[in-house]
Design a protein around this ligand. Sequence first.
Ligand SMILES: *Cc1c(COP(=O)(O)O)cnc(C)c1O
Length: 460
Amino acid sequence: MELPFAESWKIKMVEPIRKSTRQERQQWLEEADYNVFQLRADQVYIDLLTDSGTGAMSDRQWAAMMTGDESYAGARSFFRLKDTISRLTGFEYVIPTHQGRAAENVLFSHLVKEGDIVPGNSHFDTTKGHIESRRATALDCTVDEARDTQLEVPFKGNVDVAKLEKALEQYHDRIPFIIVTITNNTAGGQPVSLENLRQVRRVADKWGKRVIFDSARFAENAYFIKTREEGQQDRTIKDIVREIFSLADAMTMSAKKDGIVNMGGFIATRHEDWYEGAKRFCIPFEGYLTYGGMNGRDMDALAVGLDENTEFDNLQTRIHQVEYLAKRLDEFGIPYQRPAGGHAIFVDASKVLTHVPKEEFPAQTLTVELYLEAGIRGCEIGYILADRDPVTRENRFGGLDLLRLAIPRRVYTDNHMDVIAVALKNVYDRRESITRGVKIIWEAELMRHFTVKLRPAGEE
Ligand SMILES: *Cc1c(COP(=O)(O)O)cnc(C)c1O
């Protein structure tokens, strides 16, 4: 008999978690203005808000922290991090930042100006925010397949090369660079194929443009390339990663994802002029160039994390768990963005809560219902996250309306996945009775989903 699959690690330290009653959760939710970001973590049983900074570090990462060099300038930790990044990506220049959005802020301060157009594949919300706050436009060139959640295609995160070509023909003098997000978070943690990255490179070269990879989940993307793309099966993850980055001019990185650290990020590039330009903004925004918002010990933990998470076994354990949850949801017929993404399951709220009008935010309503059901905290990746159009100030209802169940790395067991699946089934079974959603009573102008205040629609 073939042995079943099991995790490629064992557990050395545990953190207790606590269940609550529905009555408690109802009260906490009211106090949180129906925004799960406003809950206290103690009020959550299984926390799937994000996979960002929520992973469990390994014993080797904790050990590396003890070797951290906290010198203000020229710390050994910086050089260990820089050498690791250069070895994995081929990029010579590295600027640490406190997280991914800070990397965007520093690099885009140098590169993006008013009136610019930045084409890419479903820009992440902070990426879009950093483009739009500079009065530039993020132009989405994702493949149309990504919009149909039930379509089973292997690389749903891809850039539509025809759309990209058209953007360049139309706006080439206003395009400072092309940005490709790997994996494509907003489209459901969907990967981008190596072939697609090569095509983007060819288009960019034809127009003399540079390419940035928003690389938060580059290792998970490499895993999908290895396991799904023709001819890639026999390569190591590290080998694929090297080729991925050979196709880019620079990367911005949220190390809280595939770096498996709790805080951190960086910019890396092969171009001295971009490095020089970004340097000018790193110092006032983030800090001196060899720490840029990170502790020495955290840079050491990141260096080890990057190495560990570009090994097949670690990635296989992770993606297997996400696929396990997807399989459970399949048993119950719950619609999600197919196939399962790398870091999360994105439940298609518009196909679950069909009686809730889009003006009452179905995905946010489903998020609230799942929390009430079992104390599970997911995250709306939908109409609230999409913010308003910067020009018309209308809600943007053009994209998908999803409930994201993000799985932290190396944190929960498959038993937790079973609880999540059954809780969602219970909500799914009573979906016909959910006819009203939520309404906004206060919102920020940009990135409103973190702080938005809501009430049940139809209530005074
Ligand atoms: C998380 C994320 C960011 C922003 O990174 P932070 O570390 O949260 O600031 C940017 N792009 C993508 C694709 C991300 O997933």
